[in-house]
Design a protein around this ligand. Structure first.
Ligand SMILES: NC(=O)C1=CN([C@@H]2O[C@H](COP(=O)(O)OP(=O)(O)OC[C@H]3O[C@@H](n4cnc5c(N)ncnc54)[C@H](OP(=O)(O)O)[C@@H]3O)[C@@H](O)[C@H]2O)C=CC1
Ligand SMILES: CC[C@](O)(C(C)=O)C(=O)O
Ligand SMILES: [Mg+2]
Ligand SMILES: [Mg+2]
Length: 341
């Protein structure tokens, strides 16, 4: 079995006398900056003037421009959207890096696909939490953490791994486990996971189930509860004890249905499509398409996003959640709308 580093295995002293710049204050950025600060590290956030700048200041974090924060820091963690990183790196980060600095990422996309090419005299490492940023923050506040991967791309100082582990500990990763990987493995598995299973696979499975029921004449509200709302309750059981814990808790009728009907829906054909998805990631075809989509100002991204927001399952869900006080107000999107007026 691979080595898993936990909180008490990691000596974080190497970061004690260093300044960490967290560039970006979005989903991951706010979580890294606040968790590191509360773990006792010296943090500055790098931003442009605007929404995130105001939020970071309200949260009591030191904020500077990207260039100034880079210049002031020893470790620079880039938590900008992947698609904007190459340009901001060239214009504001690279000119302010010094030999001996460490440049860090939470996802290997730009380094692995050569969109960001760091100078050879800086350390380059990855601390990639295996979970959404808002949960990196929420679990930390609850005294827990989200597992994280570390990976080393360049190590002129000879200290990159020690610093990466200390950083991972600082954001709470050590409470759940830190594993070593490479930029290639993190990039390819992360893209595959989000496309085939966690985001793309799951949202399409949910929609297909909802549509199958509503097209057969069942009430949309019943279909929503069955195919979307209850998913969290089932996934919680898997999270806590694997598939066997979920199967222990559901009825034997559900478990038999899982065994005999599950493979009728997700089967060798699905796996063949998954292999195609993986191949497009490995060959760089997916990355090329995403880079071109951004260069064209994201026409397809915006069109699909609008269509999805207005779909029946989303409209039904919005109405139903209003009647569930324990769900209402939990969504990170809703909180952002409330906080920004
Ligand atoms: N989302 C997640 O949970 C995960 C993300 N990652 C990785 O983490 C990285 C960050 O992703 P994520 O947290 O989702 O990003 P977000 O989109 O949530 O955050 C973007 C942040 O970047 C700032 N920003 C955007 N453009 C500029 C600019 N030109 N100059 C200065 N600041 C700018 C935004 O500020 P403003 O308000 O001014 O726009 C905002 O604070 C990516 O590499 C991603 O792959 C890895 C694991 C999970
Ligand atoms: C699953 C999506 C993710 O990879 C993540 C939260 O880990 C992302 O890029 O946001
Ligand atoms: Mg991920
Ligand atoms: Mg990802």
């Amino acid at each position: 079995m691979t080595t898993v580093y936990y909180h008490n295995d990691i000596n974080a002293e190497v970061l004690q006398n260093k300044k960490v710049a967290v560039i970006g204050y979005g989903s991951q950025g706010h979580a890294h900056a606040l968790n590191l600060k509360e773990s006792g590290f010296d943090v500055v956030v790098g931003l442009r003037k605007g929404k995130s700048w105001d939020k970071a200041e309200q949260d009591g974090v030191e904020v500077k421009t990207v260039a100034e924060a880079t210049k002031a820091a020893d470790v620079i963690m880039v938590l900008l959207p992947d698609e904007y990183q190459p340009q901001i790196f060239e214009e504001h980060i690279k000119p302010n890096l010094e030999a001996g600095n460490a440049l860090a990422f939470a996802h290997g996309f730009n380094v692995h696909f050569n969109q960001v090419v760091p100078p050879s005299d800086v350390d380059v490492f990855l601390v990639a939490p295996k979970g959404p940023g808002h949960l990196v923050r929420r679990t930390f506040e609850e005294g827990a953490g989200v597992p994280a991967l570390i990976g080393i791309e360049q190590d002129p100082s000879g200290q990159a791994k020690e610093v990466a582990l200390a950083y991972a500990k600082g954001i709470g990763g050590g409470r759940a486990g830190v594993l070593e990987t490479t930029f290639q493995e993190e990039t390819e598995t992360d893209l595959f996971g989000e496309q085939a299973v966690l985001c793309g696979g799951l949202s399409n499975l949910v929609k297909a189930g909802f549509e199958t029921l509503t097209e057969a004449g069942y009430q949309p509200e019943v279909a929503y509860f069955e195919c979307l709302h209850e998913l969290k309750l089932i996934v919680d059981l898997m999270y806590e004890g694997g598939l066997e814990n979920m199967r222990y808790s559901v009825s034997d009728t559900a478990q038999w249905g899982d065994f005999v009907s599950g493979p009728r829906v997700v089967n060798d054909e699905t796996k063949a499509r998954m292999k195609e998805v993986l191949e497009d990631i490995q060959t760089g075809k997916f990355a090329k398409g995403w880079i071109l989509e951004n260069q064209a100002n994201r026409p397809e991204f915006e069109a699909i996003n609008n269509r999805e927001s207005n779909s029946q399952i989303e409209e039904v869900g919005r109405e139903l959640r209003k009647l569930m006080p324990f769900v209402k107000g939990k969504s990170e999107k809703e909180k952002e709308v409330v906080n920004n007026g």
